[in-house]
Write a protein that binds this ligand. Structure first.
Ligand code: 5GP
Ligand code: MN
Length: 328
């Protein structure tokens, strides 16, 4: 059931013990939204736990409370009044889905959200889930403290490419300004997120050796097989290097994960890549999406390239992937 914002606040007010989660492979919006909401609810005298079924990347450890984010323990069952799922639909929260016994409230900004949650607040117009959390807390008359401000600013900044992408809107800027007033320090956040080991930067240089363009230069990708991935610590930042290639409309990074499993990130300048990701069971936004493909690497690569070709030159009008002005 889709809830209005007011109802969403009421539901949050009803729970006493609340577990908060977000998608696996958590990004700044997932982590920032969880931490800010947790902090607000704790200030309201509630007991909260942030459970995410994945590691929290080191760069986010500067956020107060990030060190307390835990993955669900194997075989343990968690009881709560409410499970709040942020920045994700219920199928992307890993083991949290089975481990937690509670009513579900889902808050998200992905238009591909599958709508499976009992109660869902979805606003695909918002640049980040953090923007929705800001609206909620603002409506509740919350006193924003530095902890909430750092967390929400991180979510707003990371999902908008630090206020550069076309999803950046007046509310993003208002929310960010409010967070600065409440003590957020943008340079501290961006410096922490930029830091990476020397070996990572060297690894990126290796990954760049494996980029290719196709479809008359309209598509670019880095296809990183098992052999290549062995020498690379992280591909963070690689997709942004591809985005700048002149003439390119869709870019992709595909990484070997395990046998018969590849992980895909897609970006575009307007063609709907969430439709490409949906073909493989993934999702996201018009200009930023992702999916996993459970096929041997070579096969996954050719299926993905075909799907991108189809998006770039739709032959069947019924299949045509629409052009749009929306984004992440
Ligand atoms: P990224 O490439 O940064 O991992 O993801 C880009 C966008 O697509 C993010 O908004 C992310 O939440 C979404 N996304 C990435 N992978 C998946 C996936 O497997 N399923 C769904 N539904 N969304 C995804
Ligand atoms: Mn997000």
């Amino acid at each position: 059931m889709r809830l209005p914002l007011e109802e969403t606040l009421v539901v949050l007010g009803e729970g006493r013990k609340i577990i908060i989660t977000a998608h696996v492979n958590p990004d700044g919006d997932a982590i920032g939204s969880c931490l800010a909401l947790s902090r607000y609810l704790e200030n309201q005298g509630k007991e909260t736990v942030v459970l995410i079924d994945d590691e929290v990347p080191k760069g986010f450890m500067l956020l107060p409370g990030a060190d307390k984010i835990a993955a669900p323990e194997e075989g343990r069952s968690y009881e709560a009044d409410l499970l709040v799922v942020l920045d994700s639909s219920l199928d992307r929260i890993g083991k949290v889905a089975e481990a937690v016994k509670a009513q579900v409230l889902n808050i998200d900004h992905h238009h591909t959200n599958d709508g499976q949650a009992e109660r869902l607040y979805l606003d695909g117009e918002r640049a980040a889930t953090a923007e929705i959390i800001y609206q909620l807390l603002e409506m509740a008359g919350a006193a924003f403290d530095k902890e909430m401000a750092m967390a929400l600013y991180t979510g707003l900044a990371t999902d908008t490419g630090f206020f550069r992408f076309s999803n950046t809107n007046p509310l993003t800027m208002r929310a960010a300004a409010r967070m600065l007033e409440a003590g957020a320090e943008p340079h501290v956040i961006s410096e922490s997120l930029e830091q990476r080991p020397y070996s990572h930067v060297k690894g990126l240089a290796d990954a760049l050796q494996h980029i290719e363009v196709w479809h008359g230069g309209r598509a670019a990708g880095a296809f990183l097989s098992y052999e290549v991935m062995e020498g690379i610590e992280s591909t963070e930042g690689l997709i942004d290097m591809l985005r700048v290639i002149e003439g390119v409309e869709i870019v992709v990074v595909m990484k070997y994960k395990e046998a018969d499993k590849a992980r895909v990130s897609l970006r575009s300048k307007g063609i709907d890549v969430s439709a490409v990701a949906l073909k493989f069971g993934g999702g996201g936004h018009v200009k930023a999406a992702g999916c996993g493909i459970e096929k041997p690497f070579g096969e996954a690569k050719s299926l993905l390239q075909q799907a991108i070709d189809q998006a770039l030159s739709p032959t069947d009008p019924a299949e045509a992937v629409k052009e749009s002005g929306e984004e992440k």
